[in-house]
Ligand binder design. Structure first.
Ligand code: PEP
Ligand code: MN
Length: 338
């Protein structure tokens, strides 16, 4: 059920509708928009009778929702969501460039890369302290020590910290040191983790699962939103196909496809999307041209020595050039790089 309030509805009228929703035993999600507030209802098993709401003051319409998702859709919020990460934003006119090494390996490594990220004008530093690795014997990340290094990067460079939580306890830790929580491809349908992220005060970067359909990805975002966290950025990072020339097949059509359904910002990860240094530039330019709200790029000052994903990490100089190219494309689209 979606309740659309009249454009001149008062806050008290919205509150009154929310009270009725609660009395029925459901949860109401008010979404203020440019022209009107809409209220999504979750927690109901069957359909909700619209007559509970139709005659309440300030209500324009009570609409039954037939789609599987309720809160991520343009029906509830026709304007794009702008996700706030401290004083930086994702989803507005400015493109968000999120960059850093796959894994935080040491203080010196993180600082060398962060310096280059800062110099390029990007505002977000991403590095993993907890890494979801295919092999249990591969480098798993520095853990809390890595988070502390990220905290130092934040302080030294003023960059916003994006880092992955692998489990619910990890969310508690990232909340202490970071500015945005990444949920990785392999965890896209870890429902208890999604619900925990939904109760976090931090914005969430939700990567698409390796074999997830668009609907499954959006429903994962819906899990987070249904718990009350509406600050979500989707990240297309490639899916598994039969192709052998790239690590994954980057689905750039997903960007405009999501845009037709959801108000949430979408960024593109060309690093996992291709797995190859040599393809990052071209694919990044295409991602911005197709409407992505930003990029997530792996950068390493010594890719040959990287403890994870060196083959898809670009050098700081290459990253600087990439940001300049993105700036030019952004200008044509009437956007800027933040
Ligand atoms: C990563 O961002 O380094 C990572 C492991 O990504 P994904 O979850 O998309 O594989
Ligand atoms: Mn990686």
């Amino acid at each position: 059920m979606l309740i659309v309030m009249k454009s001149d509805a008062t806050e008290a009228q919205v509150a009154a509708v929310l009270r009725v929703v609660e009395e029925l035993g459901f949860k109401g999600h008010p979404m203020p928009g440019a022209t009107r507030t809409a209220i999504g209802i979750t927690g109901n098993q069957g359909s909700v009778d619209p007559s509970h709401f139709e005659n309440l003051p300030g209500v324009a319409d009570a609409i039954r929702v037939s789609k599987p998702y309720k809160l991520i859709t343009l029906d509830i919020r026709p304007e794009k969501t702008i996700v706030r990460v401290g004083d930086a934003t994702i989803g507005g006119e400015e493109l968000a460039i999120i960059a850093g090494p796959c894994a935080v390996e040491s203080h010196a490594q993180a600082f060398a890369v962060a310096e280059a990220v800062r110099r390029s004008g990007a505002r977000f530093f991403r590095g993993g302290a907890y890494k979801p690795r295919t092999s249990p014997y591969a480098f798993q990340g520095l853990g809390e020590e890595g988070l502390k290094i990220l905290g130092d990067v934040r302080e030294a460079f003023g960059l916003k910290i994006v880092t992955e939580a692998l489990d619910e306890a990890g969310v508690d830790l990232v909340e202490r040191y970071g500015d945005m929580i990444q949920l990785g491809a392999r965890n896209m349908q870890n429902f208890s983790l999604l619900r925990r992220a939904g109760r976090s005060r931090l914005p969430i970067l939700l990567k698409r699962g390796l074999s997830a359909t668009l609907d499954e990805w959006l429903l994962a975002a819906e899990y987070i939103m249904s718990e009350g966290n509406y600050q979500i950025v989707l990240c297309e990072r490639g899916i598994r196909t039969f192709a052998q020339h790239t690590r994954n097949t980057l689905d750039l059509a997903a960007i405009p496809a999501v845009r037709r359904i959801s108000h949430l910002p979408v960024i593109v990860d060309p690093s996992h999307g291709t797995g190859k240094q040599s393809l990052i530039g071209a694919v990044s330019r295409a991602a911005i041209a197709v409407g992505a709200d930003g990029l997530l790029v792996e950068v390493h000052h010594e890719p040959d020595k990287a403890l994870s994903d060196g083959m898809q990490s670009i050098l700081p100089e290459e990253f600087g050039e990439l940001v300049e190219e993105v700036r030019q494309i952004a200008a044509v689209l009437g956007r800027e790089v933040n």
